[in-house]
Design a protein around this ligand. Structure first.
Ligand code: PRX
Length: 629
């Protein structure tokens, strides 16, 4: 099937996918390399939450990312690695070099007895070894579980225990701006006493020497034994799991979303190609996301490699050594397609135009944004100051669960509209439903965003908890996938995402469950109870506001409470503000009225409504006053 090159291709593919999805996706699957081509596109349905893609096909994602690329892109640079410290040497890896290093790491994993279906946990900062070891897992059919190297030892341990990882790979020191994170110490604390973790593999730079302990191996020595050797790709069924990625939900502990081999791969390839439209051999992609998040999986690790393009990998942060770092990198490598998050855009805008002005960035063709709604001011700044009003912005809406971009402008093909994700990709059928599950139609429809038809990128399950998968995503609106987002649709079918409608907060594009933060706060011995909500923040998009009651009313425990959060989750989940109160607004049955707290935090007190049924209506007025003090 042809790639989308103009608007009529887009319309044609959309129509074909709607008329006969089975045939459409089967034909689309011919874009991939297979050991054995599939005869079935998908089985199962949303009612059962059991959709399986290409179950009778056999492939391996590295067959497509690496072996397939040896034909035309052997000497092409796959990765330009830009270290955190601009003075440190930048490294290039061609597709051939990347492929060789992945195979050596794959053999090293095999030498430890790692086999198809085993889980390997990767807790590394953004260095080439993270990409190499991730692909090495995929090469041998091991399931990778990358954990963002900013999560605490407790959060890491919880994830390692949940997926029962046999091996953990880390790097000694994670460099982020002027911070040196001792990742090895975090791994040691996280795995202490976990006997099922057989080995920890440690990558370190020459200057960071490591004294190896029991069950620890040095990454470089470990792979050196296999230098120059080949490791053929393991044959995977289309619906074998490829990876687990943990994300927060509105209730309970983080859930390990499981993505499949072939469906995920097709969606990563197709969505990347369709949205970004990288056409010229000179084009260079740069996605600033860390591999600890889904964006780093799909539009750093897999999407670009599946499409044989060159890309930048960046270890650092946007404001180190100063707020011109992104623009310097764009000029240094001549980046043509740049993909980042609104929170980074807002932070760089706030740093002042002097940082961006000196950079012409003539190489730029397309700008992308992801992770949270982008406000008009940030959109305009990105468009004018970074893209010099020449580059279309693709505002890409999607989620960890969806595997890849679902609703987005296709660069140069469909029309961008400020702050709108715009149109769905072919094969995606969004639908807006109200709380009574009635379909919202018409010129200015608004409702809960659901997807009405299976697509290849959707996660298969939650690791070890199919019931929770069904309940979380398919029980609110039976027969539909419920995204947890609200959206509006205009008369031309363009979508604008308005944000989460559940208890998930999006802080700097990071998904944080309010329940997880409350659990951490409640561990403080002086805390009686707490309620956490999100509220608007000029840089972070949303910030965390906690309402806390303590044993001693007068106590101010901000620092100590944030210490608990840092220990339980990581610094990304720290509160912006804590309001200490003697009483939280409650119903007569004792339920905390988080809806009211959200209204206070959003300054929408006129929408609070009748409070007379609360046990303590006076608490509302008091909290409004405290919030404004
Ligand atoms: O609320 C939506 C928001 O991010 C959520 C998904 O978060 P996560 O699974 O961490 O994945 C982030 C990267 C894909 C969504 O439910 N979101 C993501 N992209 C956008 C967005 N909100 C508005 N506009 C977007 N472009």
């Amino acid at each position: 099937m042809k790639a989308i090159s103009n608007f009529s291709d887009y319309q044609e593919l959309t129509q074909l996918a709607e008329n006969d999805p089975q045939s459409f996706w089967l034909e689309m699957s011919q874009k991939l390399s297979w050991f054995q081509a599939p005869k079935i596109a998908y089985q199962g349905d949303f009612h059962q939450a059991n959709v399986r893609w290409f179950p009778d096909g056999q492939t391996n994602i590295t067959l497509n990312c690496l072996d397939q690329q040896m034909q035309q892109n052997k000497d092409k640079v796959a990765i330009y690695f830009e270290p955190n410290d601009p003075k440190e040497e930048a490294v290039k890896l061609t597709y051939e070099e990347l492929s060789q290093q992945v195979q050596e790491c794959a053999l090293a994993l095999k030498s430890l007895g790692v086999k198809k279906g085993d889980v390997v946990c990767l807790y590394l900062s953004m260095r080439p070894e993270l990409l190499i070891s991730t692909l090495a897992c995929a090469r041998i059919g091991a399931i990778h579980s990358v954990v963002f190297a900013g999560f605490s030892a407790k959060a890491l341990r919880e994830r390692i225990e949940d997926c029962h990882a046999k091996i953990v790979i880390t790097n000694k020191t994670g460099l982020r701006g002027n911070k040196n994170l001792n990742l090895l110490a975090t791994v040691e604390e996280a795995t202490d006493g976990l006997n099922f973790v057989e080995k920890t593999i440690i990558y370190h730079r020459p200057q960071d020497q490591v004294q190896l302990k029991d069950r620890q191996l040095d990454y470089n020595q470990w792979v050196a034994a296999f230098a120059g050797q080949q490791c053929p790709a393991e044959k995977m069924q289309g619906d074998d799991p490829l990876f687990i990625l943990y994300t927060s939900g509105s209730t309970g502990r983080p859930k390990g979303l499981v993505h499949s081999t072939a469906g995920y791969m097709l969606w990563a390839k197709f969505s990347f190609e369709s949205v970004f439209q990288m056409k010229s051999e000179k084009d260079l992609f740069w996605c600033t996301a860390d591999m600890g998040w889904i964006t780093g999986h799909t539009y750093f690790a897999y999407g670009p490699l599946l499409n044989g393009v060159s890309q930048v990998m960046f270890e650092g942060v946007p404001n180190y050594p100063d707020a011109s770092r992104f623009w310097q990198i764009i000029e240094k490598y001549q980046v043509s397609h740049f993909y980042t998050a609104p929170t980074a855009i807002r932070a760089l805008e706030a740093a002042g135009d002097d940082y961006v002005k000196p950079y012409e960035m003539n190489s730029l063709k397309v700008l992308g944004t992801v992770g949270e709604p982008i406000n008009l001011e940030a959109w305009n700044w990105y468009h004018q100051k970074v893209g010099k009003s020449r580059c279309p912005i693709v505002d890409t809406w999607w989620q960890t669960e969806t595997g890849g971009i679902m609703i987005s402008t296709l660069a140069g093909i469909t029309q961008p509209i400020a702050c709108h994700a715009t149109l769905p990709l072919p094969g995606i059928r969004p639908i807006l439903l109200n709380e009574k599950a009635e379909v919202q139609e018409g010129a200015n429809a608004q409702g809960h965003l659901c997807i009405a038809q299976p697509w290849p990128g959707l996660a298969m399950s939650i690791w070890g908890d199919q019931k929770r998968f069904h309940e979380t995503y398919f029980s609110t609106y039976p027969g539909h996938y419920f995204t947890g987002d609200g959206a509006k649709r205009d008369q031309d079918g363009n979508y604008r995402i308005t944000g989460r409608v559940d208890d998930v907060i999006n802080v700097s594009g990071h998904r944080i469950g309010t329940a997880e933060v409350e659990d951490a706060i409640n561990l403080h011995p002086q805390v009686v109870e707490s309620a956490v909500v999100g509220y608007p923040h000029p840089i972070k998009g949303q910030a965390i506001l906690a309402f806390v009651t303590t044993l001693n009313e007068k106590q101010e425990l901000d620092q100590e409470i944030n210490q608990y959060i840092t220990q339980e989750i990581g610094p990304i989940a720290k509160t912006e503000r804590i309001i200490f109160t003697a009483h939280l607004p409650k119903t007569r049955s004792g339920k905390i009225m988080r809806r009211i707290l959200r209204k206070i935090a959003h300054n929408e007190v006129e929408q609070i409504g009748d409070t007379s049924t609360l046990v303590n209506p006076e608490s509302v007025e008091q909290l409004i006053n405290q919030f404004h003090n």
